[in-house]
Design a protein around this ligand. Structure first.
Ligand code: SF4
Length: 88
């Protein structure tokens, strides 16, 4: 299973919620209207702007789509080797 590092830059996030719409199992908005990264539907340790998740290939594609939907490029995705796969 692909292991991704998913980050949201809260300084760039404007709360447009496109990422939440495309990948609701991965993103949610916090009280400050910033997206944070869920742990496969769980929130251990509370909201976090960066998380490593194991996902299926299908989920990986969907998470990349959600990052592409962000109008401010606030979602950053790295592969397990630490290479940035979005934005590129
Ligand atoms: S799509 Fe981008 S701006 Fe909108 S909530 Fe997600 S990270 Fe924030």
């Amino acid at each position: 299973m692909p292991r991704l590092t998913i980050k949201v830059d809260p300084d760039l996030c404007i709360g447009a919620a496109s990422c939440v719409t495309v990948a609701p199992e991965t993103f949610r908005l916090n009280d400050e209207n910033k997206a944070f990264v869920l742990d496969r539907g769980q929130e251990p340790g509370g909201p976090t702007y960066e998380r490593i998740v194991e996902v299926s290939e299908e989920e990986k594609e969907n998470i990349i789509l959600s990052a592409q939907s962000c109008p401010t490029l606030a979602v950053i995705i790295l592969d397990e080797a630490g290479n940035q796969i979005y934005p590129i």
